[in-house]
Ligand binder design. Structure first.
Ligand SMILES: Cc1ncc(COP(=O)(O)O)c(C=O)c1O
Length: 400
């Protein structure tokens, strides 16, 4: 097999299969083996000294800078993001978000966060960054190019999340990033829902694209990992900060994530198809009001989704119009194929009660009734729909 360094001309499915599989890392086998190591041995003192001066990818140094197992995964993620210079891996999605913010902020700065940000991103900004002397302010996710009205001399970064992982607003990422660029402000996007496959973030103007690889990259609900991918301007800073903070993922986890990545294309397409089938079925139910799925017109920013995205994944929410805590609980407890639990992006379906109003400060969440978030896994959608129908039977028993 030839070295797969030039991936840019390949289609996404081919990139996912071949990315990072360089012969110098894989040897004679298909997958890069698990290089479990702290110490890397040098041939001579001169060789050791040379290692100190070069801080490059793909060069042995010490376990904290990774080994071919991690380099291969990072290279594959970079190759799948057009315009990217490199990817850092982190032990969770939250640590990717936290370290990326630290890479671009300093005491006295201000960061603007979208009001639908993942809750731990908010608490990191409100508590940790505040202690560092960095101010966090929140903005309406649908603000678009008006974001510039929020800028002050201290604004140095903007966190976007599109769609939000509870309420699914699609942001006008190109407009926000264009305004930011003009003002010299760095943009960071939580791109976990779409991944670079359905939303090539850097091409759309984002500076640092972050995913909780825990979700669709790993795809099997058995590994925690985060990744941040960026272009030339921020690559050295992102990389140095991660190294200074001692961020490293285990080679075993990197191996599993790379294994998940190989099937990303077929998994995402199936998640998309099944989620759309379930979402349309829900939309026709009398108990359901809005279905907050970016590919459906109910979802704020649906037109932007049509303009900018290549596809939709398996996570969305829906409104039980007359639902309250008790009837929503009865609905979810009656489900047998949907697990009750945090996270998403694995092969299995999940259901979660969500209450986004609790987390908002810049906007009000006025939707009445109760909201349920579903992750549609790889089961047959007919079985999932039958399971949801059982949920509605219980819901109606309580609600009537
Ligand atoms: C949108 C989003 N971003 C980031 C994360 C954090 O990822 P992790 O759980 O790997 O820290 C999550 C986790 O649920 C998420 O939903």
């Amino acid at each position: 097999m030839a070295d797969n360094k030039d991936q840019s001309s390949k289609k996404p499915a081919t990139q996912a299969v071949t990315g990072g599989r360089r012969k110098q890392w894989t040897g004679a086998v298909v997958n890069p083996p698990v290089w479990r190591a702290s110490t890397h041995l040098y041939d001579s003192v001169a060789d050791l000294r040379a290692g100190l001066s070069a801080n490059e990818d793909g060069r042995f140094f010490y376990g904290r800078r990774g080994s071919p197992t991690q380099w291969s995964l990072a290279a594959a993620l970079t190759e799948m993001e057009p315009g990217a210079a490199g990817t850092m891996l982190y032990p969770s999605g939250v640590s990717a978000i936290a370290c990326a913010m630290l890479a671009v902020l300093k005491p006295g700065d201000e960061i603007l966060l979208t009001d639908n940000s993942y809750d731990p991103s908010r608490s990191y900004a409100d508590a940790f960054l505040k202690r560092m002397g960095i101010t966090a302010r929140y903005y309406d996710p649908m603000i678009g190019s008006d974001i510039s009205s929020q800028f002050t001399d201290r604004t140095k970064a903007i966190l976007l999340e599109s769609p939000g992982s509870l309420t699914f607003e699609i942001q006008d990422v190109p407009a926000i990033c264009a305004a930011a660029k003009q003002a010299g402000i760095v943009t960071l996007l939580d791109n976990t829902w779409a991944t670079s496959r359905f939303f090539p973030a850097i091409e759309n103007g984002v500076d640092i694209s972050i995913v909780a690889a825990t979700k669709y990259i790993v795809g099997h609900s058995d590994v925690m990992m985060g990744a941040a991918t960026t272009h030339d301007k921020y690559w050295t800073r992102l990389r140095r900060t991660a190294q200074q903070l001692g961020q490293v993922v285990s080679p075993d986890d990197a191996y599993l994530a790379a294994r998940g990545l190989r099937t990303l294309e077929v998994r995402l397409k199936q998640h998309e198809q099944s989620a759309l089938e379930v979402a349309h079925w829900l939309k026709a139910r009398p108990e359901v009001g809005k279905v907050l799925h970016p590919a459906l017109p109910d979802c704020p920013g649906h037109d932007i989704w049509k303009r900018d995205f290549i596809g939709s994944s398996g996570l969305f929410s829906f409104q039980l119009t007359d639902g309250d805590e008790q009837s929503r609980t009865a609905f979810i407890d009656a489900l047998t194929l949907f697990g009750i639990g945090y996270s998403w992006g694995g092969f299995e379906s999940l259901a979660l009660p969500v209450d986004p109003g609790k987390h908002r400060t810049a906007t009000e969440w006025a939707m009445k009734g109760a909201l349920v978030r579903l992750h549609i896994g790889l089961e047959d959608p007919d079985d999932l729909i039958a399971d949801l129908a059982k949920g509605f039977e219980q819901f109606n028993r309580i609600a009537s």
